[in-house]
Design a binder for this molecule. Structure first.
Ligand SMILES: Cc1cc2nc3c(=O)[nH]c(=O)nc-3n(C[C@H](O)[C@H](O)[C@H](O)COP(=O)(O)OP(=O)(O)OC[C@H]3O[C@@H](n4cnc5c(N)ncnc54)[C@H](O)[C@@H]3O)c2cc1C
Length: 233
């Protein structure tokens, strides 16, 4: 459901190392040295350098609600979304083109609700209203499509936030799919996916969420442990 577009930088570490190397008056014609330099920049938190490689992709088949969550990320990213003014939703299949977090009886109840909404949408059009007006009834669970551009720095932050177990399962699935799709683009992306696209607790070594999943020490416990360590030093 995620398609990586050809405009995506295939050699993101080389790009970073190249740009940083120019600023340090270093030779930039050796790719291996550029990659080494890029990794050092990222390790040291010089993440402005990671704003140079861009990812372009089509995200299709995730719900409008999930994409609304994606839209809360505003730095280093831009997108275009499928139009509800020009695209006719009448033909949308309530079995296949809506997000289904439910099973058994709940699934049936949910589907009945979707059918009712889509019937109303169709009736409003039959009453002579244009798609752009009828679209006001469409539910957040309907699938949508965006063309998304995001730079590596912003994507690292996105992954840190959205691979966390506190993020809703659908956007976590989107994050995991994007990670898997980028991982096979090139060896440089494989390194980035394996080392940088991790939940925020893995990136900083502690959890700052109030409702922690327990995977890492809480921030409060970590600070207390540091105080103890200082006392015992
Ligand atoms: C579990 C979870 C629950 C959430 N619940 C809600 C919710 O109920 N309602 C809701 O509205 N959102 C919610 N969000 C979204 C959340 O509040 C953030 O908007 C979203 O995660 C984007 O984070 P960000 O601002 O760090 O990202 P980005 O927009 O990508 O920003 C990246 C970084 O740039 C800096 N930055 C961003 N904007 C500015 C600015 N204007 N000025 C200065 N520095 C800036 C910050 O350091 C920021 O971390 C939730 C997110 C999660 C993960």
């Amino acid at each position: 459901m995620i398609t990586i577009l050809p405009n995506t930088d295939k050699e993101p570490l080389n790009t970073i190392g190249y740009c940083a190397g120019i600023c340090w008056n270093s030779p930039v014609d050796d790719k291996e040295k550029n990659i080494k330099r890029a990794k050092a920049c990222i390790r040291s938190g010089h993440t402005r350098t990671a704003e140079y490689p861009d990812v372009f992709c089509i995200v299709d088949g995730y719900s409008a609600r999930c994409i609304r969550e994606l839209y809360t990320h505003i730095i280093g990213t831009t997108r275009l979304q499928s139009s509800t003014r020009y695209v006719d939703a009448k033909s949308m299949d309530t079995e296949k083109e809506f997000y289904y977090p439910f099973k058994d009886e709940a699934r049936e109840v949910y589907k009945e609700g979707l059918d009712s909404i889509m019937n109303t949408y169709t009736k409003l059009e039959e009453l002579g209203y244009p798609k752009e007006d009828a679209a006001n009834i469409l539910p957040l669970g309907m699938e949508t499509k965006i063309v998304w551009k995001i730079n590596l720095r912003a994507l690292m932050h996105f992954m840190n936030m959205r691979l966390c177990t506190r993020a809703y399962k659908e956007i976590r699935a989107l994050s995991l799919e994007l990670k898997e799709k980028l991982r096979v683009v090139s060896p440089e992306w494989e390194w980035i996916c394996d080392n940088l696209f991790v939940p925020k607790c893995e990136a900083v070594g502690y959890c700052d969420e109030d409702h922690s999943c327990g995977r890492k020490i809480s921030k409060a416990d970590m600070l207390e442990a540091v105080e103890q360590w200082k006392k015992n030093k």
